[in-house]
Design a protein around this ligand. Structure first.
Ligand code: SAH
Length: 217
């Protein structure tokens, strides 16, 4: 799957792809990342990408020209939907992650300041996604959140040993959260692992895991 990320802070995003699972997925060719600096598309002599809002008010807005040019350029390479990170968007969840993981390509647009000129949203944005009911300084963390959640659903990215199949919120879990986990040792500072888990009885273990799933709050 191909991800194109548009941001004015590429250095906030790039290191995340240089370690752990996403790096492995990148190295195996299952996922690819292309990070574009919106500022590179500015025709302003100082590479300006923001201006004051019409009608007044606090803060700056990202202007049309760099965003139109950047998005149009990236759309030549990536035929997927343009997703704008926005606290006003539809709330991101596992179902949305599943849906996006079925696509081959997506473009993620990160806002900054007070956001972006409405004309960009009207003309070039296909979907708006929020990662929660709070306001961040920019769309980079939301974009990475989406990329991370989507990437681990792409076949090959997680090894078989850490499959996403039984994870909380996954399709086979009926909306429940995963059971508690324990690892060695069987006793730590007097705290014991439930007997059933070390019994070797796989039927009973499966039953215990099922009855110990929790409801999301
Ligand atoms: N003035 C805007 C918030 C701007 S925050 C408003 O009131 O709606 C600056 C940028 O950060 C946004 O354009 C968006 O890209 C990103 N952002 C902030 N919080 C976010 C969230 N919860 N989910 C997704 N993106 C978010």
């Amino acid at each position: 799957m191909r991800f194109d990320i548009l941001t004015i802070f590429p250095n906030l995003v790039l290191p995340y792809f240089e370690d752990s699972i996403l790096k492995r997925g990148k190295d195996s060719g299952d996922i690819e990342f292309h990070v574009h600096n919106i500022r590179d598309y500015s025709k302003d002599k100082h590479n300006k990408v923001d201006d004051t809002p019409y009608g007044g008010g606090a803060g700056m807005l990202m202007t049309c020209q760099p965003l139109f040019d950047a998005i149009r350029a990236v759309k030549k390479e990536n035929k997927g939907p343009v997703i704008f990170m926005s606290p006003q968007g539809k709330r991101f969840n596992q179902e949305k992650a599943n849906e996006l993981s079925k696509l081959n390509e997506i473009i993620l647009l990160c806002g900054r300041y007070e956001g972006i000129d409405q004309r960009v949203r009207d003309e070039l944005v296909d979907i708006e996604i929020s990662t929660g009911d709070f306001v961040l300084t920019g769309g980079e963390l939301p974009a990475l959140t989406i990329i991370d959640a989507v990437s681990r659903l792409i076949p090959g990215v997680l090894g078989a040993e850490d499959s996403a199949h039984d994870d909380s919120f996954s399709e086979g879990m009926d909306g429940m959260l995963e059971h508690p986990h324990y690892t060695k040792p069987a006793e730590f500072e007097g705290l014991k692992v439930p007997d059933v888990l070390i019994s070797g009885d796989h039927g009973k273990i499966a039953e215990w895991r099922k009855t110990n799933r929790k409801n999301p709050n």
